[in-house]
Design a protein around this ligand. Structure first.
Ligand code: PGA
Length: 255
């Protein structure tokens, strides 16, 4: 997978049929994409079909969550092996909606990261502060705590199999994007955390995506900013034109 990666997080949107229609259209729009990594994370019910339909394209599929146990009496949960069996290569973990609506703690998220890595799934690990935390000047403290809980003790190879998504919670689904300076500042700190915990080479190899109201109109200036290696896109990824425009903005930057 290239270093610059754009991922779609559809959240709880699109029926099976709507997902299929999106991919039929979207796959035609990414024919010239060569340098940018593209990942679609649909709801579980559409994973297999989308994986099949994307087979001859640059795009890959990921899930939006999984459970850390291997199998057993965990009604409604989905395991890493199940995700792999339908073609998922990635899994979003620690999204702020999982943290804040469903009460997932740093500890639970860490168990999921460990299991995903053990099973060969690449976690897209989301970190980010709440508005009140930013206002209180605690952004870096919060992000560092989440970072340490997620990555302490991983090997360099394991770390390189993770993608980090910095998603300030106040910018998710609100239309309010972090400015390129605000995002870049935190991304640069995350890169430093990677250097400190691992080394320069590992830090350079990890993709740090930005997420929070990314759209075609702001993708260019964000991708041009230091240490921003791509995007995790919610709302704008539901429209195949908008999402492909964001992918093309990254590809254009790489030319
Ligand atoms: P948004 O969501 O693009 O709708 O702000 C991003 C995310 O939650 O990953």
């Amino acid at each position: 997978m290239p270093k610059k990666i754009v991922a779609a997080n559809w959240k709880m949107n699109k029926t099976y049929q709507e997902a299929e229609a999106f991919v039929t259209d979207f796959s035609k729009k990414i024919l010239e994409i060569k340098k940018t990594g593209v990942i679609l994370c649909p709801p579980f019910i559409a994973l297999f079909n989308i994986h099949e339909k994307l087979k001859n394209t640059v795009a890959e599929v990921g899930a939006q969550n999984m459970y850390f146990e291997e199998s057993g009496a965990f009604t409604s949960e989905i395991s890493a092996d199940m995700l792999k069996s339908v073609g998922a290569k990635y899994v979003i973990l620690g999204h702020s909606e999982r943290r804040h609506i469903f009460g997932e703690t740093d500890q639970v998220i860490r168990k999921k990261i460990d299991r995903a890595l053990e099973k060969g799934l690449k976690p897209i690990v989301c970190l980010g502060e709440l508005l009140e935390e930013r206002k209180a000047g605690k952004t870096l403290e919060v992000v560092k705590k989440q970072f340490d809980a997620a990555f302490d003790g991983l090997s360099k190879a394991e770390m390189e199999n993770c993608i980090i998504a910095y998603e300030p919670v106040w910018a998710i689904g609100t239309g309010e994007t972090a400015t390129p300076e605000q995002a870049s500042e935190v991304h640069t700190e995350i890169r430093k955390m990677l250097i400190e915990k691992f080394d320069n080479k590992t830090a350079e190899n990890v993709t740090i995506q930005y997420g929070g109201s990314v759209k075609p109109s702001n993708a260019k200036e964000l991708i041009e900013s230091k240490n921003i290696d791509g995007f995790l896109v919610g709302g704008a990824s539901l429209d195949s034109n908008h999402f492909s425009d964001i992918v093309h903005a990254v590809e254009e930057y790489l030319k």
